[in-house]
Design a protein around this ligand. Structure first.
Ligand code: DOR
Ligand code: ZN
Length: 432
């Protein structure tokens, strides 16, 4: 394809400009008009760096009835997400060479860019060390559609040492399995008790251990979906004391909703870690405003409607997030709590930086043209029936949001254009 000129949009700081794309990359940003390009009029819209979600459950393979790389990546680009990093709790699970290869084949269906987080078990050190081109390790310290758990402090420490050795971050699901099991005995199994059963204490204890071990090992520890006020305070203290290899991810659902919605949402709001309380929502917001939170992760975790409609104990945890994440997060900009530039830092720039992505995450000459073109003011209502993910339900169903993705470019290809998808494949992420 010839060169593209994205005309007359605004950068996150509000400045009007044109962006020229040549050979998949941004070649020019400025006020000049460049001739002989395919012109796309972006008047009234903002240019944002494509969102990078390092926490996506794509499923596919034996679980493709829940989601596959084509459906998930359509949901991604419709939500302005240009890169997804898949989690290893697939079937087959990704913790050896053979399963990674199967996943790499499945990922060829993706229209977003992609990478893989490699699963950690108690005994796959050899496999970890020989895993090629992965984004990170993923360690579950409590069971959550994962099938395996690592929670003994000495094993966790060993994993962190291996991560340090191979120079990859470890993404951690920070809840302790034995702690969850103890609380399970104390409370009746109902969705209303989910936050008591998967008790805040279980997350707090796991995070406390991880902060200690991050300091001891020097490994990059990326705390996924942090959900409680107490964890935020511990992370704040650790960062203040200079621990710069610790990273904190927040999800839109832990930020904007709490266990009150379960009365309406029921198991559609069942997720791990659970939706917490209003004061936790406030603490997470504070963490974003004050730079304690590094990134936003969707934890897009699709299950079938039929599965989610089962009784509490049988209903799996998780719900889709790719198509609501950006518009939810934008509410912080509309309310004046953060700037649009800050939003692009936590949704694009910081993930690219923490995970060492090559040439992605920013609107800059020479970077890949991964660009979300958004109308900050379009109002819409979350209607899961319109989702592109196979998981057509959401605890945000019916919520009114302001801000919509209009077009998305992945490697300079206009794959999402006002609701229409063009099937041009994404690329595997490369690392610095
Ligand atoms: O609620 C969740 N669902 N939390 C996780 O950690 C895993 C995810 C899933 O894969 O369904
Ligand atoms: Zn997850």
């Amino acid at each position: 394809m010839g060169n593209i000129l994205l005309k007359n949009g605004r950068l996150p700081d509000g400045q009007t400009c044109n962006i020229m794309i040549e050979d998949e990359r941004i070649a020019y940003i400025g006020s000049s008009f460049i001739k002989n390009c395919l012109e796309i009029d972006c008047t009234g819209y903002h240019f944002l760096p494509g969102i990078i979600d390092v926490h996506t459950h794509i499923r596919d393979m034996d679980l493709s009835y829940k989601e596959d790389w084509f459906s998930a990546s359509q949901a991604a680009v419709a939500g302005g997400v240009t890169t997804v990093c898949d989690m290893p709790n697939t079937r087959p699970a990704t913790f050896d060479e053979a399963s990674l290869k199967v996943k790499k084949d499945a990922a060829k269906k993706s229209i977003a860019n992609y990478s893989y987080n490699f699963g950690v078990t108690e005994s796959n050190e050899k496999e970890i060390k020989s895993a090629a081109s992965i984004n990170a390790l993923k360690m579950f310290m409590a069971e959550s559609s994962s099938g395996y758990v690592v929670e003994q402090p000495e094993v966790v420490k060993k994993v962190l040492q291996i991560a340090k050795e191979i120079n990859k971050p470890v993404i951690v699901h920070s809840e302790l399995q034995t702690c969850v099991e103890a609380f399970e005995k104390k409370y009746q199994a109902t969705i209303g008790n989910h936050n008591k059963i998967r008790n805040p204490q279980c997350a707090i204890k796991a995070t406390e251990l991880l902060i200690k071990l991050a300091a001891q090992t020097g490994a990059k520890v990326y705390l996924a979906h942090i959900s409680t006020e107490q964890e935020i305070e511990m992370i704040r203290q650790a960062k203040n004391a200079g621990l710069d290899n610790l990273f904190c991810e927040i999800t839109p659902h832990h930020l904007f909703i709490n266990e009150d919605v379960l009365k309406v949402a029921g198991n559609f709001g069942k997720v791990n870690p659970p939706l917490r309380s209003k004061s936790d929502n406030n603490a997470l917001e504070w963490a974003i405003i004050n730079g304690i939170a590094d990134t936003i992760g969707t934890d897009h975790a699709p299950h079938s409607l039929e599965e989610k409609q089962k009784e509490y104990v049988k209903a799996p945890s998780g719900f889709p997030g790719l198509e609501t994440s950006f518009a939810l997060m934008l509410q912080l900009v509309h309310s004046g709590k953060i700037t649009l530039t800050k939003l692009t830092e936590i949704m694009s720039e910081n993930p690219a930086h923490i995970f060492n992505f090559k040439d992605r995450g920013m609107l800059q000459i020479g970077k890949y043209a991964d660009i979300a073109i958004v109308d900050l003011n379009e109002e819409w209502r979350v209607d899961p029936k319109e989702f592109r993910t196979k998981a057509k339900y959401s605890p945000f169903s019916g919520m009114n949001l302001k801000g919509k993705v209009k077009m998305t470019l992945v490697n300079g290809n206009l794959v999402y254009n006002h609701g229409k998808i063009t099937d041009i494949k994404g690329k595997e992420v490369e690392f610095n």
